[in-house]
Design a binder for this molecule. Sequence first.
Ligand code: GUN
Ligand code: FE
Length: 455
Amino acid sequence: MLFRAHLLSPHGSMVLRDIPDSAMVVDAAGRIAAVGTFPDVAAAHPGEPLLDLRPHWILPGLVDLHSHLPQYEAVAMDGEELLPWLKAHIFPAEIRFEDPQWAALAARIYFRDQLALGTTTTVVYGSVHLEATHRAFQEAETAGIRTIMGKVMMDQHSPDRLREDTDASLAQSEELCAAWHGRDGGRLQYAFTPRFAPTCSMALLRGAGRLAEKHSAFVQTHLSENLDELRWVHELFPAAKDYTDVYAGAGLLGPRTLLGHCIHLSPSERGVIRAAGAAIVHCPRSNAFLKSGIMPLRRWLDEGLTVGLGTDVGAGPSLDLWAEMAMACTASKLRWADQHTQGRRLDGLGLPEADRARIHQALGLEPDPPIAPAQAFALATLGGARALGMGDRIGSLEPGKEADFIVVDPARVDPAPDRGPEPAEQMLGRLLYRSRPAMVRASYVRGRLCHSQDA
Ligand code: GUN
Ligand code: FE
């Protein structure tokens, strides 16, 4: 099939490629066979059936690296910070996944909503329950979304109805991995999912690391999100140098490891994460909602850390990764403004230069340039794919890749109906800051139509 539309995609170095009258050929196996200008590609593929999508755009599908399926019903429960919020709102929602029928229905709604918002790859935390996670995988298989998922593991400091026996947690996780990892030509994969250090014994963390290694599966967990959480981890694991060292010591850090949040990392922790090739998942709406902090995205990127984006539902309010991109930009602007303002205030105190410079340095007041929409979009597509070690398969629209793409109608979020040609970055800004489900006309995974507004 030859798709004709305005094409926008990161490529290679994450620079945007913008082809106003483009053609993309997708073969029967769901791979991209050609991308280029319409006249060139059409001439090289005579007789190829044509789907003319103009005036819509085609973009790579979005990659959501972190969210919690059983928490969807508990979004927007405002008030507490992380630890009391988990207790008051999240654990009760996760207990409901004792019921596999509810889990199946919740999963159907979840994947439908993700596809409708343009997410074609999703990395998901289930609940602790074996059967619920089987049912969620079955729903992902049917929905067609590319899914990396795992059942949550926790064997301490959790409610009685969610706390697992260590060996049972490991055995059930391995059973799920055996059933689903690599299914449908690798569209479904397994992630061993120790929730976070406080709810996991060292034996459970080590076991999860061992199993992930044995099966070449993913690992996902939370790291350095909230200051009370950090203090608790220091109490629970006094032998560890820092929070990251708990996971390093358990053998959990590697190139298939996704670390949610990572707001309060020290320089040496960042060094360990970078050396391991593990990826950081930035969840800016969740970080704002739970008052966890502003992750210094620009700094982490400049240091060469691998970063992608996650909605972190239910601390994030929706599965809308466009809004997450917007918040990544907004948070980086607020950080810039705060650094700038504090720096000016410090200058106004009239301190001796040596003191002024020392405080400036200690508080990190050198303003970090904000993140632009095009950069946030690259993080949500090719950046996410690279965080998964799948940068050669998805994340951009290039020949040889699998055809995970979305059809977008920018007019749905444009207050000016007569807008002429403009830089693609400006159009992207409106998609991010003004996102609405109606703008995503269709979502394809490996060339298969998984969502359509026209259906
Ligand atoms: N840390 C441990 N569990 C969770 C969770 O469910 N959500 C968030 N945001 N952080 C966590
Ligand atoms: Fe989370």
